[in-house]
Design a protein around this ligand. Sequence first.
Ligand code: ADP
Length: 256
Amino acid sequence: MQTESRKVSRRNFLKETTLAVGGASAFTLLRRASLGAAGNALGVVVLLGPPGAGKSEQSRRLTEGHSIPVISTGDLLRDHVRRGTPLGLQADSYMKGGQLVPDSLMNPILEERLSQADCERGFVLDGYPRTLAQAESLDALLTRRGLSPHIFLIEVPTERLLRLLTGRRVCPRCHRTYNIYSQPPQKEGLCDADGRPLVQRSDDKEEVIRRRLETYEKETQPVIEYYARQGRLLRVNGDQPPEKVAAEIESRLTSQ
Ligand code: ADP
């Protein structure tokens, strides 16, 4: 049987080695990301905000015209669930119940994703960090590599969120999001980008939504306070049309 300290050092070893990819270490990749290499001005951007605040819409807009990926931890997890991987099977019940997936499942998935070559020139993080432990782990990962992300909080009054979430529809193929009340597709029920029938996420049902909002209050508010205390939080008004939110983010980015 492994002793606890051996388990811990093995975990650390795995953590470091999963970050080495095809000759270029994640250190190199992430360092280039911080510099906004190859003419990319974005670098690393973190989008925080309650469920329904429009993080994925803003991530999509932000990366348009910049060839850097959006890393959505919700999409990464849903992909594991769809493929029926061991991690996906474990994550599924937490997601269905509106609870956060434990860090022991979440962090390896994220680290593996960030080590891929397309993150080399920067990335936008959507839905991570969501707990204080995740924020600290992300800070450790990025500061070890000399990186300083731009951290945005998209703020939306709680009473608006329920309506935004119950009206949300997603393209199962390209993950583009719509809202039947505030941002409908051009053709009812079909994705503008690829014509696929839109679906409602299984966790966008009212009782699960309530639990997700409670989880946000309990687990993610401390993350916001953590960044705010350090003077690193950029607050954006999310209670306005998506193009205005995007313009606010862009202008804060360029004035930094
Ligand atoms: P939303 O922001 O609308 O809640 P997401 O797609 O970001 O939607 O997340 C869906 C679900 O995936 C969450 O309710 C949670 O169960 C899980 N999840 C996503 N990101 C994380 C994370 N960083 N840590 C733990 N669980 C997560």
